[in-house]
Design a protein around this ligand. Structure first.
Ligand SMILES: [Cu+2]
Length: 164
């Protein structure tokens, strides 16, 4: 039994190594931060910029964190005039040579069932899973004071009207 599971782990690790190309990292995560609506909130969200310096599109397909029991990729979509938060099963494409913005009122990483409340100044580990680049681990500072849009709008033509 334990021999079998060891063999399985080794195989899984080997497969993972094959899946992640041994080239320079082409995905860069800039300016990540996380917040929750209140210190008592059971959910939080993480925002960041994701830059693809490679010459092929990549896609953020999943995320996980020990800080939450479930992590999903979400966006806001207008349904009958009302902004709703919905899960994006297909993930977020990061086009070659471009930077995408995960930001308030738009695409974000949703953390559900927080294992501890988000406290200002705390840092949470987050694993981002990309279709091509594989897993990228980042540390995300909790910043409850940050205003929507702050430090995010360079080179981004418009501002969102709503804040959350
Ligand atoms: Cu959400």
């Amino acid at each position: 039994m334990s021999l079998k599971s060891t063999a399985f782990t080794a195989l899984a690790a080997f497969t993972l190594t094959l899946a992640a190309p041994a080239m320079a990292q082409e995905i860069h995560v800039l300016d990540p931060y996380a917040r929750s609506a209140s210190p008592m909130a059971k959910t939080g969200a993480a925002f960041m910029q994701i830059e693809n310096i490679g010459d092929a599109d990549d896609r953020l397909i999943a995320a996980s964190s020990p800080a939450a029991t479930m992590v999903q990729l979400h966006t806001h979509r207008e349904v009958d005039g009302v902004m709703k938060m919905v899960q994006v099963e297909e993930g977020f494409v990061v086009p070659a040579g471009e930077t995408i913005f995960l930001q308030r009122g738009g695409d974000h990483v949703m953390l559900m069932g927080l294992t501890e409340p988000f406290e200002q100044g705390k840092t949470i580990p987050l694993t981002l899973v990309f279709e091509t680049s594989g897993e990228i681990e980042i540390e995300v500072p909790v910043d409850l004071a940050r205003e929507a849009g702050q430090g995010h709008d360079q080179g981004h033509g418009h501002k969102h009207g709503q804040s959350n």
